[in-house]
Design a protein around this ligand. Structure first.
Ligand SMILES: [Zn+2]
Ligand SMILES: [Zn+2]
Length: 333
């Protein structure tokens, strides 16, 4: 099969992904083989490719927002019929027996594996995945529309949940890429007012197009105090600015898997019961709940399509803020 393989992490400008021919994946018990139609590109893929996340499997195929069709089932796998359209997301597998799994927090599992990081992902013609961690894709979405829902969408949704935002409240978004452009559609559906802070003028325009109440530069102060805010950009220097924008008792959620160093904080920014918390991965329940809500709204993702062979270029564009919405690799020709 054709695949984009990472031998060792390197700056994306050096085109570290090699488009090449390799063997199709083997199937373990409980797994299914999926013929990939498309795979959306996530900032986490960039962190894997450039080595901000330490290598866990080498070589590795990145990609964890995979939409495809079930080709065949391994031993004991009977959840999906051949030909069913399915999605594979970041959470590849959990042990199911650790204290976190047992208390319903499988996103924090002590022995997790992750698609496109500890296991091969979807920048390839085929992918294998445990059937219990695979999603059915609602019919209303095309393959390309659906792919960014699987991480940008699900993680944005978990971030919204952790922000505890309620109808009629004010919510700040810092960074306005793939996750924020989906989360704003859910927030508007819940009648939440969105304030978008992002450095790129095109992203500010996209936010206003999608119903943001206000859009401004990353460190610009929103005109009103916010009930909660979510930082999607991987930049720690945003944290003090976002705290400053919160009302007393406001919640700040950090939505990324990686963030540059957070500068020293004046305690006055945190005092008055403001809260900072991170988001780590997602549970399968988050994924099921989000896909149902996304189909009800229905969420419309803005996508820019690249052929699989141009994965390096897609990641390069993402790094340079040149993608309004989400980049999607077209795999099936
Ligand atoms: Zn566990
Ligand atoms: Zn992701």
């Amino acid at each position: 099969m054709k695949a984009c393989v990472l031998e060792r992490p390197a700056p994306i400008e050096t085109n570290p992904l090699k488009f090449t021919e390799i063997r199709e994946p083997d199937l373990a018990a409980g797994e299914i083989l999926i013929r990939v139609n498309c795979c959306a590109v996530c900032r986490t893929d960039l962190h894997v490719v450039e080595g901000e996340l330490p290598p866990r499997k080498s070589p590795v195929i990145p990609g964890h927002q995979v939409v495809g069709v079930v080709e065949r089932a391994g031993k004991n796998a009977r959840r999906f019929l051949q030909g069913s359209r399915v999605g594979v997301a970041w959470l590849h597998h959990v042990d199911g027996i650790c204290a976190y799994c047992l208390r319903g927090q499988e996103n924090l599992c002590d022995h997790p594996s992750f698609t496109g990081y500890t296991d091969d992902g979807g920048y390839a013609e085929y992918i294998s995945a445990p059937e219990d961690f695979v999603y059915s894709i609602p019919e209303i979405f095309s393959d390309e529309q659906a792919a960014p829902l699987l991480c940008a969408g699900i993680i944005g949704f978990r971030s919204l949940r952790l922000s505890e935002i309620k109808s009629g409240e004010r919510l700040g978004f810092y960074g306005f890429g793939a996750a924020a452009h989906i989360a704003i559609q859910v927030a508007r559906h819940w009648d939440v007012q969105v304030y978008a802070s992002t450095r790129d003028a095109r992203h500010q325009r996209l936010a206003l197009d999608l119903g943001a109440h206000w859009a401004g530069g990353t460190l610009a102060e929103p005109p009103e105090k916010l009930d909660a805010a979510i930082i999607f950009a991987p930049a720690g220097e945003i944290v003090p600015a976002a705290l400053k924008a919160l009302r007393k008792g406001g919640r700040l959620v950090l939505g990324g898997i990686h963030m540059s160093q957070i500068p020293p904080l004046d305690y006055g920014l945190l005092y008055q019961e403001r809260v900072i918390r991170s988001v780590a991965n997602n549970t399968r329940q988050d994924g099921e709940d989000f896909l149902r809500v996304a189909a009800e709204i229905p969420v419309r993702t803005r996508v820019q399509i690249f052929p699989l062979s141009e994965a390096n270029q897609a990641l390069n564009s993402l790094k340079n803020d040149a993608i309004p919405g989400a980049a999607v690799l077209q795999v099936k020709s």
